[in-house]
Design a protein around this ligand. Structure first.
Ligand code: ADP
Ligand code: ZN
Length: 725
């Protein structure tokens, strides 16, 4: 019997099945390896290569472990992921079977209203009490559902208002009700919802692209697909009904989404994310595996949960690059979600206002069914977008906002409305320079400038996390007070805003300030309650928010994303600006967007201003086709790194020299990576470009297997790369 063991580099080994042990593919087992016992999973006969071992020399399986077996669709998915992304099968299986899967039952403390009303009543407590009537859950989920901080919930626990309830990890999560509060859909919404729900009812692999402009109500539409999944097979008993998965790019930002879900289905869904406690993870995992958890919302890793009966997967904001995993197994959750749906014979919906070119091409080929929501819900108009030519309207000295943008903010504040300024750069200044000797402060571990964070009075490397206090004197020449900040980050824009509009109330929205769901919920509440006049944020602020009083969006530097120059730079900039522009004018009041740029004549800017994405995408798509870039050709990056620069270079050269000589395949490099050093490791890169018809993975596998690499060198393959640094 073939067993994939969880031991780096070993792969599949053969074992004998002892008499009386009943084993099937997918079962977890303990097996002997030398003097030790290790864990593995029984695999289907004939699917993996391995050395044949004489039957009488086989050692027996030690024990069958009591955990939910890997289903056949999941085994096929694991094989696909391992094969496509050139990863060890065991590494992929470990994503499906995280360590919590092997834990026993634990008890969890949940809370519900049951005690006296608190002596001291605050608005937040009042809000919590009215939103939590009839709800039960762990502190974190209650905080999300109520839209208050965890501290407020804990305060209510201390006052005895919320009473603890001990639940076993095998307790059934609250069941979402598909008929709790269905919305009245507009015609285009109803047509799209019915197409998807119909596919869910019919079953079978059905991939959709749901493309709807910002504010068109994509969420309401895909909720109907979730409802359809919940209604499937319900006659089988109380806890019947199929399962649904919603993948979101950033779980910290889901508070408003969770509230909408609860309003539609009566209860919160099960959340899957990295800050769950072990017992909570275990409970969620187990409930997903036996079908008690009906709807799961999570970041990309939720994709590998062991659903018993997955009927539909939604990839929300499907264009987001955070779905691309850049560590360990380098996979793209959007693409794996589609493959999982194929294996499970289920529906998958990629929902976005700005689909990736890869996704659009699939839709144009007819691989994905293309559904469109062309207008905003409720007659809200799309915002009016204008470019500000920074060559004609330069900002004042030491400032970053141009006179037209300043005037627009002033007018917005005068009307009592809200403005949002977007700059995709954390911190105060991206570079710190010595005025005397020209020294630029660099990270000791990376080829990167240290970014000043004035709020925390530190310099930080955004690649490895290295931090130091801002030095009082130049570290190179020793001159005191000679260091100057160069360029803007959001903190510097905030400084300019408070200088220009001293009365305005600001909120800074970056991963430094909004680093937990509770903080995100507080921010949303403050904006909704109009306690904030100006939001200043990085890409965090582009995602999903719906603020009716926000009528002005200013893009501080639309050219920023174009400087890197990788193949997706134009597309990414377009998506980011279109998404942040989509925050403007979502309510009754019309919105306005000003884009600061030095190249207002560029096609990208023209398309944004004209509200004509089709023109931009068509040109961008043709350029990719001409150059044989994805999705018309295939790319893979090979990253060779070592603490020893010479070893990295030698290995990269050896790999380059061994490149297969195949028609339709070309190799760029090796060359020092733009991020030539990262976390103390020297990095070389090769970029492989291949015709679509070539079996790229097999070529790569054979090629790399033939080049011996010393132990101090690491070789990582990134298939369909998004990062080129
Ligand atoms: P998108 O995700 O497409 O940007 P949303 O799903 O956030 O748009 O919808 C925008 C707003 O319109 C939300 O406040 C949502 O609740 C509301 N909305 C959309 N469709 C409906 C509907 N059919 N009935 C009531 N409200 C709706
Ligand atoms: Zn660093």
């Amino acid at each position: 019997m073939r067993v994939v063991v969880f031991q780096h580099g070993l792969g599949a080994l053969d074992y004998a099945v002892p008499a009386g042990m009943d084993l099937a593919p997918g079962d977890a087992v303990a097996v002997p390896l030398g003097p030790r016992t290790i864990t593995g999973v029984v695999w289907d006969a004939g699917r993996l290569e391995g050395r044949e071992v004489e039957a009488k020399r086989l050692r027996p399986v030690t024990e069958k472990l009591a955990i939910v077996p890997l289903s056949a669709p999941m085994r096929r998915l694991c094989e696909w992921v391992a094969d496509y992304y050139l990863s060890p099968l065991a590494a992929v299986i470990r994503m499906v079977w995280p360590s919590v899967a092997f834990l026993g039952e634990r008890e969890i403390v949940e809370y519900r209203i049951g005690g006296p009303v608190p002596g001291r009543m605050t608005p937040a407590r009042g809000q919590a009490l009215s939103n939590l009537a009839g709800r039960q859950g762990i502190v974190r989920d209650l905080a999300r559902v109520a839209g208050v901080s965890e501290a407020v919930i804990r305060g209510l626990v201390t006052s005895g208002t919320l009473q603890p309830v001990l639940v076993g990890a095998d307790a059934t999560p609250a069941q979402p009700d598909p008929d709790f509060a269905p919305p009245l859909l507009e015609d285009a919404q109803a047509a799209a919802a019915e197409a998807i729900a119909g596919a869910v009812r019919t079953g079978g692999f059905a991939p959709f692209l749901l493309e709807g402009v910002t504010g068109s109500g994509k969420t309401e539409v895909y909720f109907e697909a979730v409802a359809a999944a919940l209604r499937q097979g319900r006659s089988e008993g109380d806890h019947g009904g199929g399962q649904a998965l919603v993948l979101v790019p950033e779980i910290a930002l889901t508070a408003p989404w969770l509230a909408r879900f609860a309003a539609r289905f009566g209860v919160a869904p099960v959340s899957w994310h990295s800050d769950l406690k072990v017992a909570e993870r275990r409970a969620a995992w187990a409930a997903v595996a036996d079908g008690r958890a009906k709807v799961v919302v999570g970041a990309r890793s939720a994709l590998f949960l062991p659903f018993a009966d997955l009927r539909v997967t939604i990839v929300d904001e499907a264009h987001e690059s955070s779905f691309k995993q850049e560590e360990g197994v380098h996979y793209h959750a959007r693409d794996v979600a589609v493959m999982r749906a194929r294996e499970e014979a289920a529906t998958v919906v990629l929902a976005t206002a700005t689909p990736a070119i890869e996704t659009q091409v699939q839709a144009a080929r007819g691989t994905y069914r293309h559904l469109k929501l062309p207008a905003r819900f409720g007659g809200a108009r799309m915002p009016e977008i204008a470019a500000v030519d920074m060559r004609r309207y330069p900002p004042a000295r030491g400032a970053w906002l141009s006179p037209p943008l300043v005037a627009a903010v002033t007018a917005t504040l005068a009307k009592g409305e809200q403005a949002l300024l977007f700059l995709n750069r954390r911190g105060y200044a991206p570079l710190t320079l010595c005025r005397t000797c020209g020294e630029r402060i660099q990270c000791p571990n990376c080829t990167a400038w240290m970014v000043e964070h004035r709020l925390s009075r530190r310099l930080a490397c955004h690649h490895c996390g290295h931090q130091t206090p801002v030095p009082p004197a130049c570290p190179a020449c020793g001159e005191a007070d000679a260091l100057v900040a160069c360029g803007p980050g959001v903190e510097r824009i905030a400084e300019e805003v408070s200088r220009t509009w001293p009365q305005a109330r600001l909120a800074l929205v970056t991963s430094d300030t909004i680093n937990s769901p509770a903080k995100a919920a507080l921010l949303v509440k403050a904006v909704e309650d109009r306690q904030i006049d100006v939001l200043i944020g990085t890409q965090m602020v582009t995602k999903g928010y719906h603020f009716p009083e926000l009528t002005l969006v200013g893009v501080v530097d639309a050219d920023l994303g174009l400087s890197g120059g990788d193949l997706r730079a134009g597309e990414r900039t377009f998506q980011q600006v279109a998404q942040v522009a989509g925050r403007a004018g979502r309510g009754a009041k019309p919105g306005r967007v000003l884009i600061q740029t030095h190249q207002p004549q560029a096609r990208l800017m023209q398309a944004l201003v004209a509200g004509d994405p089709a023109a931009f995408y068509a040109a961008e798509t043709e350029a990719r086709r001409d150059l044989g870039l994805p999705p018309f050709g295939r790319l893979a990056a090979i990253i060779v790194s070592s603490e020893d620069a010479g070893a990295a270079l030698a290995a990269a050269r050896a790999i380059g020299a061994a490149a297969p000589d195949v028609e339709g395949l070309s190799v760029l490099g090796p060359a020092a990576a733009p991020l030539a050093m990262l976390r103390g490791r020297h990095r070389q890169r090769l970029l492989v470009q291949a015709r679509r018809s070539l079996a790229l993975q097999r070529l790569l596998r054979d090629w790399l297997a033939a080049v011996p690499v010393p132990a101090n060198v690491r070789v990582v393959v990134d298939v369909d790369p998004y990062s080129f640094v």
